[in-house]
Ligand binder design. Structure first.
Ligand SMILES: Nc1nc2c(ncn2[C@@H]2O[C@H](COP(=O)(O)OP(=O)(O)OP(=O)(O)O)[C@@H](O)[C@H]2O)c(=O)[nH]1
Ligand SMILES: [Mg+2]
Length: 452
């Protein structure tokens, strides 16, 4: 299914005009094909240099009699991303020029690359594992800094390293078990039962931690939700508007102005959030307002962070500062302009803001971003797309190791234990791509764009 012996090419930059256009080309025939139309400035270097380097020169465009300046970044041997001769042709980002060069290449026997085929070749050459290949796509598709950071960490091999280490541990374990199988008659034991159970259980715990991290990652794939709550007239909607920098919510001195809740998407310091303004009303017998209360309760329950607002005049008059059942809350004292800051601020752990003077607004944004980015970073070991694929394998591997531990405790035979350990080993192999099927590769690489 995977043809590696033909030379492929595709546009690697976005379609359309641009400052620079790049054509990527990979396969055994790269140098021969380029020789047909590329005239390097330094012919000796072109002909003799066996290291990766940039060659400047001219490309003779077919049928037009014209030439264009071109830089060819050439990896003449296997020490390239795809593990085979590879070139990148950099020139002006003019669609007709790029199309003509691609046409020249195709005429010379090069085949148009399929989606993700360069990365597929890198995977098949052992340059990247499957998680890293998925991370390439993750980098391209990243919607915000957090996703980019996760993708880059995965590309750098963060989770792959740990899984590879675990596979080595399983291989060692298997080797010990299988060595013992050859000497069952002599009663030789290469690893004691206690040690065996301990090794199996510690590997299983590690896999359970990895599984938990893939689950939290999916939960946080969406924006973190920050809910503004507090009593009527606390200035919640005014704060919502001030944080957005526009008048999205209705504001008035009448308590109970906000009935429904309002949401807006924001990015603060690279953290993607959904900001929610809620109704301040308390007890009510009005049926519609009761629905509003339920909506608010739902919003607070789903919140990653609640901004609990108390107006400065209420705080000074001894009204209790609202509490929340949500896991994380920041206490915000609004309308700080109404009182000299020294009255209450110094002794309290609250954030003082004023929508009138702008005091504390930026600082509130950075505190929220800091709190939530710390939380998200702690969880972002793995991209959502990879997590979904890994989860099944991790669950199977955990189940296999649990069976192995039970068997070992119950005095089961080493050959059965070895079967379970091998199963766990294979499951980890599926995650990194040490074991793969054509179907799986097809599914992963077809999501890529052409040229990557
Ligand atoms: N001086 C001063 N007044 C403010 C400030 N923020 C809000 N207010 C006033 O406080 C009143 C209530 O503001 P809202 O933002 O509607 O309060 P809310 O908490 O959304 O009220 P509900 O929607 O009824 O729960 C309005 O008259 C605002 O102009 C502030 O920072 N300083
Ligand atoms: Mg309001």
């Amino acid at each position: 299914m995977f043809l590696l012996n033909d030379t492929i090419a595709a546009l690697a930059t976005a379609a359309g005009s641009g400052g620079r256009g790049i054509i990527r080309c990979s396969g055994p025939n790269v140098v021969n094909v380029l020789n047909r139309r590329f005239v390097p400035q330094d012919e000796t270097a072109w002909e003799t240099c066996s290291n990766a380097r940039r060659h400047t020169g001219l490309w003779h465009l077919k049928d037009t009699g014209r030439q264009v300046h071109l830089d060819v970044y050439l990896w003449p041997n296997r020490r390239s991303y795809t593990g085979q001769p590879q070139a990148e042709l950099h020139t002006v980002g003019s669609p007709p020029i790029l199309e003509t060069i691609l046409g020249d290449l195709f005429e010379a026997g090069v085949r148009p690359a399929q989606a993700g085929e360069f990365t597929l070749r890198a995977f098949l050459a052992g340059r990247v594992d499957l998680l890293q290949a998925e991370a390439v796509l993750g980098v391209i598709d990243a919607a915000d800094h957090l996703e980019l950071q996760t993708a880059l960490a995965q590309l750098a091999g963060g989770i792959s390293h740990r899984l590879t280490e675990l596979r080595v541990e399983f291989l060692d374990l298997l080797a010990d078990l299988e060595a013992g199988l050859d000497f069952t008659e002599e009663g030789l034991e290469f690893v004691s039962r206690d040690v065996l159970v301990e090794r199996v259980l510690s590997a299983r715990n590690e896999l359970q931690r990895l599984l938990a991290s893939t689950e939290t990652r999916t939960r946080h794939a969406a924006r973190s939700r920050v809910v503004i709550a507090g009593p009527p007239n606390a200035g919640k909607s005014t704060l919502f508007n001030a944080l957005l920098g526009r008048s999205a919510a209705l504001v008035s001195p009448i308590a109970g102005t906000t009935r429904d809740y309002l949401t807006a998407e924001v990015d603060w310091h690279g953290v993607a959030l959904e900001l929610v303004d809620t109704a301040g009303l308390e007890e009510t017998h009005d049926a519609i307002l009761q629905v509003a209360l339920q909506l608010r309760a739902g919003q607070i329950q789903q919140a990653d962070l609640v901004l609990h607002c108390t107006a400065a005049d209420d705080a000074r008059d001894g009204h209790p500062i609202a509490h929340s059942d949500s896991p994380q809350a920041l206490h915000v004292i609004t309308k700080a302009d109404l009182f000299p800051i020294s009255d209450l601020a110094e002794s309290s752990s609250c954030i003082w803001i004023s929508a009138v003077t702008g005091q504390g607004i930026e600082s509130l944004k950075s505190q929220v971003a800091k709190l939530l980015s710390a939380e998200q970073e702690g969880e972002s070991h793995i991209l959502g797309s990879s997590a979904a694929r890994c989860r099944d394998s991790l669950e199977h591997a955990i189940a296999a190791l649990s069976r192995a531990a039970e068997l070992a405790n119950a005095g089961g035979g080493d050959e059965f234990l070895a079967t379970d350990v091998r199963e766990a080993l294979d499951e980890l192999g599926r995650i990194t791509g040490a074991l793969y099927t054509d179907d799986l590769l097809d599914r992963i690489f077809s999501k890529f764009c052409i040229g990557k």
